[in-house]
Design a protein around this ligand. Structure first.
Ligand code: PRX
Length: 633
């Protein structure tokens, strides 16, 4: 495979070149793609505005680099293997040729329903091949997709529809997840009752349950594609035309729409995929993420398909119908590269090694981790019992905003060190800074992680609010992209990510902003004020702990806590439901009125050491009450 690094020397050379001459480095990779017209300026940037343009005035269509470029050699190769939720139901193998036809038909169907280049399309679908088809069809016609994880609530979906003023929603009647059946269409209907930009909804029949179809607005998927041509002329896109928007939580306000554009994202997902996972032509690759997250976008759909890979999509959950399901699937399809999240590893670790040993995992050559820091215990368990001590374990650090993997071992090429993301990919220039923004040079240093030079798949803006993009990522440290993560460079020079340094909680690898959860809690009529913090959770990495001041004479604290949990579940979705809600009479505040989250974090973590000086608080007496209320003495 072109541009695949084969050994440590090639890595060092590629890295050095990517720093000394980044433009030339990326131009060479870009030259391997199909362009309708080549670019006239490779990179134009500043991190102040910020302005980020890669391959200016280049014209292309990303899907031509999957289909038109690859079909001559890959027409009959399996592009997607789909494993359904029910292990006894038939799986699906879609070849590149078949995927092309499905994409063209659906692209034509969307156009027939009035979608045009630049329109926003929400994808709220289960993990089925049609979800990938939907994304590719949008890219084909130049519509901007925004995939929303189908576990989000109607209110969260409505917010996203509204923010991007989506014209169309693609969904299903229902979803299967383990032994549950989720009524997805009903959620869409509720969301659409709160917004008015959506003109058409295309509904895939998945569970076969009865759903309401609004006449004039809703149309079944099968009817939409009936009679559509199997050919579609790809829209000509500019390098910097939007490919997709993906909403993610930050430390303030509502989730923001992270914007990714066409050419840079295409290049970087391809390049990082082939290098980190060392994919070889006949391999079967499996990433267990949901397409509702960036991992699904970059490493189920775009990266693998641009590389002509066979990518496996799994509809279900790791523990259904038994905790060996992942390993059963690895055996069934002889999976070579397996990419999952630490939270899944920890959840499966609880079941011991028996479910693992039932299956033949000898096909595996690379295993990967993403989404949160992987603790050493989980790393060793994964390495020993799944990788059998022989597979490189790539701990990949990256973010929705970075578009692709930034810091990770290249499997079998650069060193593997437990719980360390290790070294940057070529083209990535990480720096560690102290609180003042001074760069910390050398080994054995710890600070905040920034990136000092652009890479092709970086965030371009936050949809509809460029100032927010500037404030969130480019203002903390001048001239640098700030990741929000803490990092250590160890004595060998390898990077270890320490987790978020801002008010973002990472629950099972999913980002939740404290402000977002607090806003949901504050909707409760009896809640006066709330504060949310993360605390270490054995399986989820972090759990959500909420403190709420309530004004209620009738309800018990237990009742209020339960109502608050259910409310958050309803407003955001099950992933945001707090593990604990503690009703309190006050929150610890500084004299300027700022909540001292540090103290709340200590209480939530059940660790009262080093509480620091609380005498400067406005209301030091509440600390004692909170500690008692948490049952800590
Ligand atoms: O804190 C880091 C953590 O996940 C954050 C990004 O979350 P999100 O945008 O949802 O993307 C997740 C999938 C790419 C980061 O700021 N994170 C992600 N991967 C790792 C990680 N922390 C430590 N090690 C990782 N490998």
């Amino acid at each position: 495979m072109n541009y695949q690094i084969k050994n440590l020397l090639e890595y060092t050379n590629a890295y050095d070149k990517s720093v000394s001459n980044p433009e030339q480095f990326w131009e060479e990779i870009a030259n391997g793609f199909q362009w309708k017209k080549k670019w006239d300026k490779t990179l134009d940037w500043n991190f102040d505005t910020p302005k980020l343009e890669w391959f200016r005035n280049g014209k292309l269509n990303l899907t031509e680099n999957i289909f038109e470029k690859l079909l001559p050699t890959h027409r009959d190769k399996t592009a997607i293997i789909w494993e359904p939720n029910d292990p006894d139901a038939p799986s699906i193998h879609l070849s590149y040729g078949e995927l092309y036809i499905e994409t063209c038909k659906f692209a034509n169907a969307m156009k027939a329903q009035g979608v045009q280049k630049g329109d926003r399309v929400i994808i709220y679908m289960p993990m089925v091949p049609e979800a990938t088809v939907a994304m590719l069809a949008c890219a084909r016609i130049g519509a901007i997709h925004s995939v929303v994880f189908a576990g989000f609530s109607a209110a969260a979906l409505a917010d996203r529809i509204d923010d991007c003023q989506a014209k169309m929603v693609l969904t299903s009647d229902g979803n299967f997840r383990g032994n549950k059946q989720i009524q997805v269409k009903a959620v869409v209907d509720e969301a659409l009752s709160k917004t008015d930009s959506v003109e058409k909804v295309i509904v895939l029949k998945r569970t076969g349950e009865d759903v309401m179809m609004h006449s004039g607005r809703d149309i079944w998927w099968d009817e939409a594609i009936a009679g559509q041509s199997e050919v579609n002329q790809a829209e000509e896109m500019d390098s910097e035309d939007l490919l997709f928007i993906l909403y993610t939580s930050g430390s303030t306000g509502k989730p923001k729409g992270v914007v990714h554009t066409t050419a840079g994202y295409m290049l970087y997902t391809y390049y990082s995929f082939i290098n980190v996972f060392q994919y070889q032509e006949d391999d079967v690759y499996w990433c267990t993420a949901d397409i509702g997250w960036i991992t699904g976008h970059s490493y189920i759909v775009y990266g693998p398909l641009l590389a002509g890979a066979t990518t496996l999509m799994f509809e279900g959950v790791p523990t259904y119908p038994h905790p060996g399901r992942f390993w059963e699937i690895v055996e069934k399809y002889k999976v070579n590269q397996f990419y999952t999240a630490p939270t899944a590893i920890r959840a499966l670790q609880v079941h011991g090694t028996e479910p693992v040993e039932k299956f033949d995992l000898s096909s595996l050559s690379v295993i990967g981790s993403v989404g949160e820091p992987i603790n050493e215990e989980a790393w060793h368990w994964y390495h020993e019992h799944i990788g059998k001590g022989k597979c490189p374990l790539v701990d990949t650090w990256w973010q929705t905003e970075t578009g692709g993997i930034m810091i990770a071992p290249l499997a079998g090429i650069t060193p593997n060190k437990p719980a360390h993301a290790s070294l940057p990919l070529p083209g990535v220039q990480p720096v560690i800074v102290d609180a003042e923004g001074n760069e910390l040079i050398g080994n054995n240093v710890e600070g905040n992680l920034c990136i000092k030079f652009p890479w092709p798949s970086m965030i371009r803006t936050t949809y509809g609010d460029h100032q927010r993009c500037k404030d969130t990522y480019f203002s903390t440290y001048k001239g640098m992209y700030f990741t929000g993560d803490g990092v250590k460079r160890d004595h060998d020079g390898y990077l270890r990510i320490l987790g978020r340094v801002d008010d973002v909680i990472n629950v099972s690898g999913h980002r939740m902003g404290t402000a977002e959860v607090e806003n949901a809690i504050d909707e409760h009529p009896e809640v006066v004020e709330s504060a949310v913090v993360g605390y270490p959770h054995e399986i989820k990495g972090q759990g959500i702990y909420a403190f709420a001041i309530c004004d209620s004479s009738e309800k018990s604290n237990e009742q209020l806590a339960e109502e608050i949990k259910q409310l958050v579940r309803k407003i955001i979705g099950p992933i945001a439901k707090p593990e604990h809600v503690q009703v309190v009479s006050g929150l610890p505040k500084t004299r300027s009125g700022k909540i001292m989250r540090r103290i709340l974090r200590k209480v939530a973590s059940r660790d009262l050491s080093n509480m620091g000086d609380i005498s400067t608080l406005l209301n030091p007496e509440v600390v004692d009450e909170i500690i008692k209320g948490a049952g800590l003495y």
